[in-house]
Design a protein. Structure first.
Length: 51
């Protein structure tokens, strides 16, 4: 029945950021890129922090 709660487990929870980081690391490795431990920087969008 739609909307009903099931008592059965639905699967494992995923850490999406960890999965993304692993994927990026693997893609860089395949391309022969070496990040050398460098991290990307995040630039805040104008107007977002004012909310």
């Amino acid at each position: 029945m739609p909307g009903s709660v099931s008592a059965q487990p639905r699967g494992q929870a995923l850490d999406l950021m960890a999965a993304l980081e692993d994927s990026v690391r693997a893609a860089r490795s395949v391309r022969g890129e070496d990040a050398g431990g460098a991290q990307a920087s995040v630039t805040p969008l104008r107007g977002i922090e004012d909310r």
